[in-house]
Design a protein around this ligand. Structure first.
Ligand SMILES: [Zn+2]
Length: 418
C-alpha cells in the first residue's frame, strides 16, 4: 500500500499546522515523520472527516439529462462528502436487490464517493405492494423510502415499517398529505396569496407527520422524517422524542437559509418540495437543529436540467441542487452570522447523519478510513455554475459570494477533488 501525506493541516480552526499520514485507504496517524510516495499541501486548511448525506437524488438510472452517477458523485466529492444515500425514485424505481447491487458496483468503479443506495418501500414506488425488505437489506440498501412520492396508505406504511424492522432497516418518509398539498407550488400564506399561486399549507406536512408518528408508536419501528419545513413539525418531533419514539429527522440547507419571500422573484429555482416557508418556520428549524430535535442535515440534492428549471413556477419541477454548496452556504449564513458554531455545523454533516443511518462515527485518528475534506475557511468566491460538477446549473445561489470552500477531498486515500 502506498504511503502518502498531507502537510499543513489544521485540526481545529486557528490551530497549528500538522501532517496527516495515510496508507492506502486508511489513516496511519499524525506527525509520524515517515517516508512517503506522495505529498499534498493542505495549505493551512481545516481537516474534517468527509461528510455523510442521508438524502440525495442522483437520477441514475433513467434521467441522464438531469444527473448521472458520475456527475452526482463528482458533485458530492466537490462538496466534501465521502458517503451519500441515493433516493430510489429513479427510472425504473430502485425496488429490486439487483438494482441496489448494480448502483453500488457502478459507484465503486467510479471511486469518487461511497454510495449507499436507498431502496423503494413499495414496488415502483406506487404505494400498493411492499418491496422485499430482507432481500434489499442483504443487497446493502441504506434504508427504505418512497421519497419523491408520499405514503398515502397508512396501513401499508405500518406493514412496511414492520417488515423493515425485521430486516434491520429504517424507513424514511417524505411526510406530506397529497390531498392537503393538492396542486400547491409554494408555501400557502401571504406571499402565495399576493402572487395568486396555488399554496401548499404547512398542515400538509404536519398532519402527515402526526399520522406517521402514531404509526411509529404502533409498530415501534425506526422512522426517519425527511426534510422538515414547518415550525409545528419540529414541535411534533420534539414531543415524540420526549415520549421515547424511535424517530429521527433531517433538515435541508435551503429550508435553513431561504423563505417563501424568495418566490416573489417568480423564479422556479426556488420551487422545492416541501416548500420554503416563513421566517418563523426557518427560525424554528434552526432551533430544532441546535437543541437536537433535528438530528442532521440532508442536502435533498434534487437536480433538474436548466431547461426544466427555466420554466415558469407552475410548470417547472420541484427540487434544488446544492451538494457542492452545503458547507460554504451554511458556513457563510449560519456560522459567520453567529447562528451556529463550526463544531455544530460539522457535527450535523458527520456524526449526526451517521448516527441516523447506523454507520460508525468517523474521526481522523489512526486506523480510520482516509475519507476527509480540507476546508479553506478563508476562501471567498461567488457561486459559479460553470465550476459546478452537477449538471443542474440553475440554482438559488448562483453569483452569491460564499466563504469556506472545500479545498481538497480525499476518498479512500485518493484525491477526488482539489
Ligand atoms: Zn422528498
Amino acid at each position: 500500500m502506498p504511503r502518502t501525506a498531507i502537510t499543513g493541516l489544521r485540526r481545529e480552526a486557528g490551530g497549528s499546522p500538522h501532517t496527516l499520514y495515510l496508507e492506502g485507504p486508511t489513516i496511519l496517524g499524525w506527525d509520524l515523520d515517515l517516508e512517503v510516495s506522495a505529498t499534498w499541501d493542505g495549505r493551512g486548511g481545516l481537516a474534517l472527516p468527509a461528510f455523510t448525506d442521508p438524502h440525495v437524488h442522483l437520477r441514475d438510472p433513467g434521467q441522464p439529462h438531469k444527473e448521472t452517477l458520475r456527475s452526482g458523485l463528482a458533485a458530492a466529492a466537490a462538496g466534501g462528502y465521502g458517503t451519500v444515500v441515493s433516493m430510489p425514485n429513479t427510472l425504473p424505481a430502485t425496488d429490486q436487490p439487483e438494482a441496489v447491487l448494480s448502483l453500488r458496483v457502478r459507484a465503486d468503479a467510479l471511486g469518487l464517493c461511497r454510495l449507499i443506495p436507498a431502496a423503494a418501500l413499495t414496488l415502483g414506488q406506487e404505494g400498493r405492494v411492499l418491496s422485499d425488505a430482507s432481500l434489499l437489506a442483504e443487497a446493502g440498501a441504506a434504508l427504505l423510502t418512497d421519497d419523491g412520492r408520499t405514503n398515502e396508505d397508512g396501513g401499508l406504511l405500518r406493514y412496511g415499517l414492520q417488515a423493515a424492522k425485521a430486516a434491520g432497516l429504517l424507513v424514511a418518509v417524505h411526510a406530506e398529505d397529497a390531498s392537503l398539498r393538492r396542486g400547491g407550488v409554494m408555501h400557502e400564506g401571504q406571499v402565495s396569496e399576493r402572487l395568486g399561486l396555488p399554496g401548499n399549507p404547512a398542515a400538509a406536512e404536519t398532519a402527515r407527520i402526526a399520522r406517521d408518528l402514531e404509526i411509529c408508536a404502533l409498530t415501534g419501528a425506526r422512522l426517519h422524517l425527511q426534510h422538515l419545513s414547518a415550525a409545528r413539525s419540529v414541535e411534533l418531533v420534539r414531543a415524540a422524542k420526549r415520549a421515547g419514539l424511535p424517530v429521527t429527522c433531517e433538515v435541508t440547507p435551503h429550508h435553513l437559509t431561504l423563505t417563501d419571500t424568495s418566490l416573489l422573484q417568480l423564479d422556479a429555482v426556488y420551487k422545492v418540495a416541501p416548500p420554503l416557508r416563513t421566517e418563523a418556520d426557518r427560525q424554528a428549524l434552526l432551533a430544532g437543529l441546535r437543541d437536537g430535535t433535528i438530528d442532521c442535515l440532508a442536502s435533498d440534492h434534487a437536480p433538474h436540467s436548466p431547461a426544466e428549471k427555466e420554466q415558469d413556477l407552475l410548470a417547472a419541477p420541484f427540487g434544488i441542487a446544492n451538494l457542492e454548496l452545503v458547507f460554504p452556504l451554511l458556513y457563510s449564513e449560519l456560522v459567520l452570522k453567529g447562528a451556529a458554531s463550526l463544531e455544530q455545523l460539522t457535527g450535523w454533516l458527520t456524526s449526526g447523519p451517521r448516527k441516523v443511518l447506523g454507520l460508525p462515527e468517523c474521526t481522523l485518528e489512526a486506523g480510520q478510513p482516509a475519507d476527509l475534506v480540507v476546508m479553506d475557511l478563508a476562501s471567498e468566491r461567488p457561486v459559479d455554475p460553470e465550476r459546478l460538477r452537477t449538471q443542474a446549473k440553475l440554482g438559488p445561489w448562483n453569483g452569491r459570494q460564499l466563504r469556506g470552500w472545500p479545498a481538497l477531498t480525499l476518498y479512500q486515500g485518493r484525491v477526488v477533488h482539489g
